[in-house]
Ligand binder design. Structure first.
Ligand code: EPZ
Length: 432
């Protein structure tokens, strides 16, 4: 089990660069299923979830190879010999359900292991299923798998009961090849949805309204290949902004998209951190004085992102006063709290609300990572704790942060990794 050893106390100073967005890459890679041409994706982050999706696509018969840079991935789904998303892969990444819509749209059938829950919640996909059934798919569930069959999907009027990011993405990919028009309402407005819609449009899809809660799709008979560069990762960028603030540093976050960071930047400024937008892809954060408490309530985009809740809570432990953290999206997304408390934080949880009293002097400790963003929260806390913390099970970090230990070392953090740095398979065709 790889570990991080982090010695707290160093302000982070310098420039840190953001990688491509994992949560854009995952649906965009699944979109390659929709065509028998090659899809070339640029700025793909080298993180574990991407390798999982490569294995998933390869297991179905896709050919995947690296392009002219390690961040360029070329996917060809000319032959989908086995349109099954097997449990041993799906259980490691629930976003595997993103292949459901495109598989049904392209082949008329799909067998996808039910994703099951994860550390942060039940993670159902009932809204994906209901919508595909409205488009004509017959879906059965047995032995832990769902099976969808249809001659050809037809357009429908879909209204999502709840706002779902991958639900919106899954159905968008189903609709682009369906017969007729699909009207989707109560859609997710996340930038990752817009990223996917931009790729699909480049592939020949006819989509209006991506990025708003109402999306109209006119189905086409086929899609062609495309080359597309995905957006920077707004959650990685937000994590780095918090790192600069919590350590009292002077950090420039580069290669990001400032437009996607409005809620996070606004909240950091509310705590008293100085955040300046130096350009469309560059944000500077400084915190040379005590931060003030500020409340957050997680909401769908453009509200404060649930994927930044754990990281913000680490910052709140250092802010003067009481910060109330309300988690509205997932039912169990406070796995980081007990570990932060073990480091000396003063946090009380009551249902979906955590109350943080600061500032609390954090002392280094041996702590356990439990999920991707909770792990990031523990890294941030360790960067300010007195002494040397040991973080176990850092493979959680590898799921969504590319070489974060090297990036943080580059701006002055005392962080070492015990064990092997995560490196994707280098062979040409990803072995299944
Ligand atoms: C996406 O997950 C992200 N993952 C998550 O990021 C992110 O936290 C989440 O959106 C919310 O922004 C990817 O994009 C790969 P949802 P997703 O469907 O799509 C309920 C990370 O850290 N729901 O928007 O799975 C669901 O239980 C990950 O990078 C249903 O009830 O989330 C939740 O309460 C973690 N039925 C709410 O909707 C459904 O069919 C929002 O979930 C689907 C969702």
């Amino acid at each position: 089990m790889d570990k991080y050893v982090i010695r707290g106390g160093n302000p982070l100073v310098g420039t840190i660069r953001v990688s491509g967005a994992k949560n854009s890459a995952l649906p965009c890679m699944a979109a390659a299923i929709l065509t028998d041409d090659e899809v070339i994706l640029e700025s793909i982050p080298q993180v574990r979830d991407i390798e999982t999706e490569k294995r998933l696509l390869a297991s179905m018969g896709a050919e995947i190879r690296l392009g002219d840079t390690p961040h360029t991935t070329i996917i060809s789904c000319r032959t989908l010999s086995d349109p099954v998303a097997k449990y041993e892969i799906v259980k490691t990444m629930r976003a595997s359900s993103l292949v459901l819509g495109p598989l049904v749209a392209r082949t008329g059938m799909a067998r996808v292991a039910m994703p099951g829950g994860c550390a942060i919640g039940g993670r159902p996909i009932d809204l994906h299923i209901k919508s595909l059934e409205k488009m004509g798919a017959a879906i059965t569930q047995e032995h832990g798998y769902l099976e969808a069959r249809v001659d050809h999907l037809h357009g429908a009027h879909l209204v999502f009961d709840k706002i779902t990011v991958t639900g919106t993405e899954d159905l968008l990919m189903a609709a682009v090849l369906a017969d007729g028009e699909t009207l989707m309402e109560n859609c997710a407005r996340e930038p990752e949805v817009t990223d996917l819609a931009s790729l699909l449009t480049a592939m020949g899809a006819r989509i209006e309204g991506a990025g708003t809660s109402t999306i109209r799709v006119k189905g086409v008979s086929r899609l062609h290949g495309a080359r597309y560069r995905i957006n920077p990762d707004r959650i990685e960028a937000g994590t780095f902004l918090v790192a600069g603030a919590i350590t009292g540093g002077d950090l420039i976050v580069a290669d990001c998209k400032a437009d996607h960071l409005g809620a996070v930047i606004g909240k950091l400024q509310e705590t008293g951190a100085r955040v300046d937008i130096l350009g469309p892809d560059t944000v500077r954060v400084r915190a040379d004085r005590r931060l003030r408490a500020a409340n957050i309530s997680t909401e769908e985009y453009p509200g404060f992102p649930t994927d930044m809740q754990a990281q913000y809570m680490a910052l709140a432990t250092q802010a003067e006063g009481v910060s109330v953290v309300k988690e509205n999206i997932f039912e169990n997304r406070f796995m980081h709290v007990q570990e932060l408390v073990r480091m000396g934080a003063n946090i009380k949880v009551d249902g979906s609300t955590a109350t943080v009293l600061g500032p609390a002097r954090l002392s280094a400790a041996a702590v356990m990572c439990s999920d991707l963003r909770a792990s990031a929260s523990l890294v941030l806390a360790a960067l300010v704790a007195d002494g040397e913390s040991i973080l176990d099970r850092v493979y959680h970090m590898d799921r969504g942060y590319e070489r974060i230990e090297e990036k943080l070392q580059g701006v002055g953090a005392q962080i070492q990794r015990l064990g092997n740095i995560f490196t994707p398979k280098s062979e040409e065709n990803v072995a299944v």
